[in-house]
Design a protein. Structure first.
Length: 329
């Protein structure tokens, strides 16, 4: 019997590192996590990553004895250089400045290691294993606390000249809008991410009276504590204020997608993340309005699909880096 190749996918966040083993068809065999020491030294941060990876390897040995590690991929916050595997200066990982993460992990595990932005990698997983499988040009968006995007063309991530392309969450759609964390004004992230939904609902609920009762109830009677999860649940329970908040949000998403279609004309649009799951319940609404925001009318015919990977998109995406490199080598 041939030895099975498994691929180690690692998802680094500001507070945790998740790692898992993935097979060649995109199934996550096992996974584990460890705290991320982002405030310590560069070596402390590396130790956190290696701990999560070793825990995943131990789980893999129990689940699939005798497997061979075919490679490892890492999703890390940027800025980073995917060509060299160097993490440059991510704001929420102050432990690393120009840190050669791929090289250090490769020496520890004895396999090639690739490093990539999380949204790019998640888009790759969707393109080769998930909702975007079979499409030539896949535009991927993860909607949650922020909005990240990736573009995969014929199975390869489009990185641009410097490796930092497709920051679609920071496309401005209202130059008079609020200031985004990136420093620009009116980015789609600051207008339609989870925190933006919550902020819009808080303002409306504070002045709405009876119309906002359900969403206020879910926040313990305090409008200032409303979260996007409360808005979604209140909408599903027929709350008119929540419906208004989400209509405004998905109108903004539709305008943004119109720009994406006119610029890229992708074969498919895939959405992931917590707000992406909510958005899937509004796909019909978005599809109906999208042609009005596109010059390329036929571009609006591209399918709008929910991602296969949501909570584990980082693990799957990181592992997918190994398979994409192997396929195009």
């Amino acid at each position: 019997m041939a030895t099975e190749n498994l691929y180690l996918g690692v998802d680094i966040g500001g507070t945790k590192v998740a790692a898992g083993l993935v097979d060649a068809t995109g199934n996550i065999i096992c996974k584990d996590r460890a705290p991320m020491n982002a405030q310590g030294s560069a070596e402390d941060g590396l130790a956190s990553v290696l701990t999560a990876m070793e825990k995943a390897m131990d789980a893999g040995r129990a689940a699939r004895p005798g497997f061979k590690l075919g490679g490892a991929g890492i999703c890390s916050p940027g800025p980073l250089d995917p060509r060299t595997g160097v993490v440059i200066n991510p704001p929420n990982l102050p432990c690393w400045r120009n840190f050669p993460l791929a090289d250090r992990v490769s020496k520890q595990f004895g396999v090639p290691v690739l490093v990539e932005n999380d949204a790019n990698a998640a888009g790759l997983a969707e393109a080769i294993w998930g909702a975007g499988r079979g499409y030539g040009t896949v535009f991927y968006a993860t909607l949650g606390t922020g909005i990240g995007t990736g573009l995969v063309i014929d199975g390869r991530i489009y990185n641009g000249r410097t490796g930092s392309a497709t920051e679609g969450g920071h496309v401005t759609i209202d130059w008079r809008g609020p200031k985004c964390g990136c420093g620009k004004f009116g980015c789609i992230e600051v207008l339609a991410s989870g925190p933006a939904i919550a902020a819009r609902a808080r303002v409306k609920a504070a002045a709405a009276g009876v119309a906002g009762r359900k969403v206020i109830e879910l926040a313990g009677g305090k409008p200032e504590l409303i979260q996007s999860e409360h808005v979604a649940l209140a909408w599903r329970n027929g709350d008119p204020l929540a419906k208004q908040v989400l209509e405004e949000t998905f109108d903004l998403i539709t305008i943004w997608l119109g720009n994406i279609v006119d610029l890229l004309e992708p074969d498919v649009i895939v959405m992931g993340g917590g707000i992406g799951e909510l958005a899937s319940e509004w796909f019909g609404y978005i599809r109906a309005k999208l042609p009005a925001w596109c010059i390329i009318k036929r571009g609006a015919e591209a399918p709008l699909l929910l991602a296969r990977y949501v909570a584990d998109s980082g693990i799957a995406g990181a592992a997918a880096l190994c398979l994409a490199t192997k396929a195009t080598a």
